[in-house]
Design a protein around this ligand. Structure first.
Ligand SMILES: [Zn+2]
Length: 122
């Protein structure tokens, strides 16, 4: 199994930055208010007629906000050299999994055991 190595930090830093930029774009396009950096984006829109659209938007931006937190946490792990290790069992995460999902904090086995949305929160 190929695993993460510190020499790959710049590459993964780049991958994470790309995801960060994309998620920020999603969140900004769905937030008309100019609240920079705020992550509690729950905001009831004044468009009662567009309820279903708003609900989709809300689910999408809630997911983007959650993904954004994961990406930021991954960048912190990259900086303190704990990146690439499973948060749950401490084993190295498969490099293919990391490449596909650079913000992941858990190996495949632990992820399927623990599908808690609150996991990995600080
Ligand atoms: Zn694990």
């Amino acid at each position: 199994m190929d695993t993460y190595d510190k020499s790959m930090a710049p590459r993964f830093g780049q991958l994470l930055d790309q995801r960060l930029a994309r998620l920020r774009a999603i969140l900004q396009s769905e937030m008309p208010t100019e609240s920079t950096g705020a992550h509690d984006v729950v905001d009831f829109k004044d468009m009662a007629s567009d309820e279903s659209i708003a609900a989709i938007d809300e689910a999408q931006s809630a997911r983007a906000a959650r993904d954004l937190e994961h990406v930021l946490a991954a960048k912190r792990r990259l900086a303190d050299n704990s990146y690439g290790m499973c948060e749950a069992c401490g084993e190295p995460i498969d490099l293919r999994r990391l490449t596909a999902l650079p913000e992941t904090a858990m190996c495949t086995a632990c992820q399927s055991l623990d599908e808690h949305p609150a996991a990995g929160r600080r």
